[in-house]
Design a protein around this ligand. Structure first.
Ligand SMILES: Cc1ncc(C[n+]2csc(CCOP(=O)(O)OP(=O)(O)O)c2C)c(N)n1
Ligand SMILES: [Mg+2]
Length: 345
């Protein structure tokens, strides 16, 4: 094991990370990009939800619908080689990393050409090529692993950061704080993204968390943090740009609390009785990340209704093709039960 990285290697830029409170405008191209990207995630997961209902997807399936601006805005500020690691709510993260929707959906249906050869399912997919490190079903487990990815970047002396996503519920896990300590001690280039969607399964943050301002969770370790409107893709990108600048400048870790909301239940088997229909409806009507971009595109005459319909049609075609593939591809051969268990050298 390599020696602990000395903090002297870091070249801290003076002061605190800048605040992204002034949300910069997107160019028309960026608005279109964000619109298409979030729409693909939404349509993909709507289809996954339908296929689950039809019995084509087994096991667990956690949808990200409502939260699309978070991963979209973050990836707009990322550069090639930056790593992503997240929880079980991971389909949109994979699409944002550039993974083929066919491979993702075929994994959900447990088919041969799924990203984990049909043996992992919704929560267990990886792609070193696209720098996507899972897909983790154990709450909080990805936080030390993602901190390790940041260590690897530091050790290799490259300029990459790791984006480590976890939920408001996971933020109460002990291993999160052990990771915070090491990351700050060693000034590791890691952006901790706390996706505060207000609930951990059926428990609201106010019932589970003594400190509900998650941006402050790094205070005892001297890790700065910021609260971000996670429903506004522009605010997300702006905050992430500042965060990666902080990390790449050798200043160590940073926390971004993304204030967001999931429209669906915790997983497909959750009827979500712990919150009112009105609460969900209000978020959908007043804060939907895709509708916000759509309103700006139409309101600013940056796109016509027909152009947006064409984007929707294009995205639906990609999802339909993925669904066909994920239902027609055969299941893995039985002999696959004996492979990928140990590293074959
Ligand atoms: C160590 C561990 N404890 C409990 C669970 C059961 N569990 C799965 S998801 C979850 C809630 C996590 O909520 P949060 O971190 O807010 O993420 P979200 O589901 O809202 O994205 C729990 C308790 C688990 N998978 N692992
Ligand atoms: Mg949550």
């Amino acid at each position: 094991m390599a020696a602990a990285p000395p903090t002297s290697r870091a070249k801290p830029t003076a002061g605190k990370p800048r605040s992204a409170s002034n949300t910069p405008e997107f160019t028309p191209e960026e608005e279109r990009y964000a619109y298409r990207s979030m729409l693909l995630m939404r349509r993909f997961e709507e289809k996954a939800g339908q296929m689950y209902g039809m019995g084509l997807i087994g096991g667990f399936c956690h949808l990200y619908i409502g939260q699309e601006a978070v991963v979209t805005g973050i990836m707009m500020a990322a550069k090639e080689g930056d790593q992503t690691i997240t929880s079980y709510r991971d389909h949109a993260h994979m699409l944002a990393c550039g993974l083929d929707p066919k491979g993702v959906l075929a994994e959900l249906t447990g088919r041969r050409h799924g990203l984990s050869k049909g043996k992992g399912g919704s929560m267990h997919m990886f792609s070193r090529e696209k720098h996507f490190y899972g897909g983790h079903g154990i709450v909080g487990a990805q936080v030390p692993l993602g901190t390790g990815l940041a260590f690897a970047n530091w050790y290799r002396g490259n300029d990459n950061v790791s984006f480590v996503y976890f939920g408001d519920g996971a933020a109460n896990q002990g291993q999160v704080y052990e990771s915070f300590n090491m990351a700050e001690l060693w000034k590791l280039p890691v952006v901790y993204v706390i996706e505060n969607n207000r609930y951990a399964m059926g428990t609201s943050v106010t019932r589970s968390s003594a400190l509900t301002d998650f941006s402050k969770r790094g205070q005892s370790f001297n890790i700065p943090g910021e609260q971000v409107d996670g429903m506004d893709v522009r605010a997300v990108r702006a905050a992430t740009e500042h965060a990666v600048e902080w990390c790449r400048g050798g200043n160590g870790p940073i926390i971004l609390e993304m204030q967001t909301y999931r429209y669906r239940g915790h997983s497909m088997s959750d009827p979500a009785k712990y919150r009112s229909k009105e609460e969900v409806q209000k978020m959908r009507e007043e804060h939907d990340p895709i509708e916000q971009v759509k309103a700006r595109l139409l309101g600013g005459n940056l796109a016509t209704e027909d152009e947006l319909k064409a984007i929707d049609a294009e995205v639906r075609a990609i999802v339909a093709e993925a669904a066909d593939f994920a239902t027609q591809d055969p299941e893995p051969d039985v002999s696959e039960l004996w492979t990928d268990i140990l590293v074959e050298g």
